[in-house]
Design a protein around this ligand. Structure first.
Ligand SMILES: Nc1ncnc2c1ncn2[C@@H]1O[C@H](COP(=O)(O)OP(=O)(O)OP(=O)(O)O)[C@@H](O)[C@H]1O
Ligand SMILES: Nc1ncnc2c1ncn2[C@@H]1O[C@H](COP(=O)(O)OP(=O)(O)OP(=O)(O)O)[C@@H](O)[C@H]1O
Ligand SMILES: [Mg+2]
Ligand SMILES: [Mg+2]
Lengths: 157, 166, 157, 166
């Protein structure tokens, strides 16, 4: 089991080295074990951003924290693709530019994993493969509508 | 393997049976505040074996059953999920191109589980999903408002995600 | 002190009776003391939405919870206007329709209270009185730009 | 009474002095993720007397001082806030049309406070803001990601907000 944890950690960090700079230009991140023994150890994240000193993760902004989590998620899925991934409004803290980065990164893992997400963000809605609409016409009763990408888009404008 | 279809009846804000077709790729569920989007994700988590009321956003499990002014008396909540199983991953179900799991909960507290329409126990469902690499508490399921959780938990809790992966 | 708490509670509930249905059509909400003695008691919120049974607040969705908090905030400020109000992305969980309701409600209290908010939401940005832009051109160094409403709007489109 | 101007120097991501004019009505602070918007709100809370590192999103108070690769050596953090005071609310300052508060913090741990350019103690600042009905921990200051906090705290904690109001 020890062996497995160490190899997996190495693989995730390899992917993280590739993914993190796509989100934080010239940034670097690495997961590391806090103690010698992998079985009892904790896991922490070290981040380097150019010309900034990130002493601890709490200095990051709300959006930057969400972007770190997304980079880790993608690196995990590139290391071991799970059958699916379910995300409920994880893009809520993101600005326009980063919400586009988010959805484009998801496309990198959709080959092996099905992605189901809830969002209010129009930048994201524009770039998904399928849309499911939910409404509550009759009070308290949810109904589902199959949406065409162009029809939802007309509503928004 | 991916989710092909989801049917919900009597669960949370769904008193009438609804059918949701899913396909591969990226699917977005959209709609106004309070319309039932997170309830759909709760339905998926529940049929995958989630037992914790807190993670299902209820006080007691009986709150999962629809309750409202609707004259229709709803006695039970049921969620059915259909997965594709081609190429087959589970030896026991290698002749099945699809695997169907149904979970039901009655007001009197009884629960029923079915795999490919054969009654089974919750343990069998957990076992099945373990074999498929599916876990409602894995790092790949992020609840609303919890996106930063991975960074905010203790380092020991965080390592559990790595173990999931190993 | 007891007297004061009871009168204030009555006043807030009066305002809530007016504000809450503007956010939740035909809805009603009321703050109530959990025990007899106002000095030792807790404070809870009871909500009624037409044709729905809200057994406890956790049944509400992410956006509905935020809308409840906003209704309470406005009712507090209408009862006793504080000099200012500072909100950091409280509109993040809201959909298009509700983010417009949010900013229009803020205008109800701006007469006596100065409101400073951070947002990424274009529906909200369109309806504020003043805009302050913040950027980080040089890595790690924040700069402030005075924005004209129309100029930010061109960027977004 | 409202905030007329804010000046920030050496605080968090602001190594150069910046001046922010404010007016009445609704003001939105906008900009990309990580650009410094919440840092501006932290500056306001700090000059109003906020003492808790957690509410200022730092581990130690010394983390409030700018640190980065900038060759400029920053020795202290300073925030200055100017309020209008017309009609006058505080007897002691009834001849002033504006009230200026400055808070400074040096790397060696020393702190300095000024009201209308006269040195004072933190206690004086707390006292001043109490008189103006201003409190960085009031129900009117909602931090990022904490919008639902009012609903999620215990009912005893929630009552404190009502007492604030009374
Ligand atoms: N057992 C139940 N019976 C009837 N209605 C229920 C039940 N449980 C939850 N609800 C209703 O479901 C609604 C919340 O749905 P949900 O959390 O899925 O909304 P959402 O679409 O995710 O909204 P948001 O965009 O605000 O997150 C609530 O208004 C609640 O009243
Ligand atoms: N003492 C400090 N010295 C230098 N930079 C700092 C300091 N403290 C915080 N920062 C930087 O400030 C940035 C965060 O700023 P802030 O939280 O204000 O962003 P924001 O504009 O609110 O973004 P978001 O929209 O994502 O919430 C971080 O990238 C952090 O590195
Ligand atoms: Mg939701
Ligand atoms: Mg912020």
């Amino acid at each position: 089991a020890t062996e497995q944890i160490l190899t997996t950690l190495k693989e995730v960090n390899l992917k993280l080295r590739e993914i993190f700079p796509l989100i934080f230009t010239k940034g670097q991140a690495e997961l590391y074990l806090t103690e010698e023994d992998p079985l009892t150890s904790g896991l922490d994240l070290r981040i380097e951003l150019p010309q900034r000193e990130i002493k601890h993760l709490n200095m990051l902004s709300g959006g930057e924290k969400a972007l770190c989590v997304i980079a880790l998620l993608i690196s995990f899925y590139l290391t071991k693709p799970g059958p699916f991934c379910i995300l409920d409004e994880v893009d809520a803290p993101l600005d326009d530019k980063n919400s586009l980065k988010f959805i484009r990164l998801l496309h990198k893992i959709k080959e092996h994993s099905q992605i189901i997400l809830v969002t209010h963000n129009h930048n994201v809605i524009k770039e998904v493969d399928n849309l499911i609409g939910v409404t509550m016409e009759e009070r308290g009763v949810s109904k589902v509508v199959r949406l065409k990408l162009e029809s939802i888009y007309n509503d928004i404008k | 393997m991916h989710i092909k279809k989801l049917e919900i009846y009597g669960f949370k804000s769904f008193p009438y049976k609804i059918t949701l077709p899913f396909s591969k790729g990226v699917t977005a569920i959209v709609g106004p505040n309070g319309s039932g989007k997170s309830n759909i994700l709760d339905a998926i988590k529940w049929v995958l074996g989630e037992q914790s009321p807190k993670r299902l956003r209820v006080k007691e499990i009986s709150d999962l059953i629809y309750s409202g002014n609707n004259d229709k008396k709803i006695d039970f909540a049921e969620v059915k999920i259909v997965f594709t199983h081609d190429p087959p991953l589970i030896e026991k179900y290698k002749d099945y191109e699809e695997i169907t799991v149904i979970r039901r909960f009655y007001r009197d507290g009884e629960g029923e589980f079915f795999i490919n329409n054969k009654p089974c126990r919750l343990k069998d469902i957990h076992f099945l999903f373990l074999g498929l690499g599916v876990n409602p508490q894995s790092y790949g399921v992020i609840d609303q408002g919890e996106v930063n959780k991975f960074l905010e938990v203790t380092s020991k809790e965080r390592k559990r995600f790595l173990e999931d992966l190993a």
